[in-house]
Design a protein around this ligand. Sequence first.
Ligand code: PRP
Ligand code: MG
Length: 210
Amino acid sequence: MSLTIAIPKGRLGTQAIQMFKAGGIGESIDEKSRKLVFKDEDINISFILLKNSDVITYIENGIADIGISGKDMIMEKGADIFELYQMNIGRCKMSVAGIKGKKVFKDDTIMRVATKFPEITKKYFDSRGQRINIIKLNGSIELAPILGLSDVIVDIVETGNTLKANGLEVFEDMYHISAMMISNRISYKFKRKEIKKIVELIRGEDEDGQ
Ligand code: PRP
Ligand code: MG
């Protein structure tokens, strides 16, 4: 039976590809080439390289059977997928941050929050009854409070270097994030054996890497 695996381009994908290769699959993948589809012909497994935010779309639509996505994307999209395995890579936090020493959680005015994650942000502040204005950005979120576009940001913090370099600090941690192996729901029913093999392989490499 054939299997298609969706891999996000970038650092997370590079780590995942290393794990696949260490586990003996993904030999056809050449990250240096501009190709986006690779196939291990002998084991009938295809690998597609996608933008991080598109992995879920391909899996939800059954084009890819399984794949790797950050938990942040899964939460943001409210993805209709099956979570197979929480990986040890891509570990970071989602946090509320702002200008160092200027923590603002004002009650009197509506706080402006800049983020790449409007859905997560809305749910988080809704759940504690705080009204906010969300400013959706696509990157360089840290600029927003510095330039006065927002009061705070909601963003991913990994090493904290970006915050520090821009004179910001964490005000509040929201969620732990890591990479997840995910599956299309129907694929998981009909290709369970094949999928479990891949999960076991990744789990082995993941634990070795610790
Ligand atoms: C991510 C994230 C933070 C930074 C966190 O940005 O949005 O800005 O990395 O990492 P750190 O805590 O180790 O500094 P990314 O580099 O993906 O750029 P972008 O936000 O402009 O897309
Ligand atoms: Mg950033």
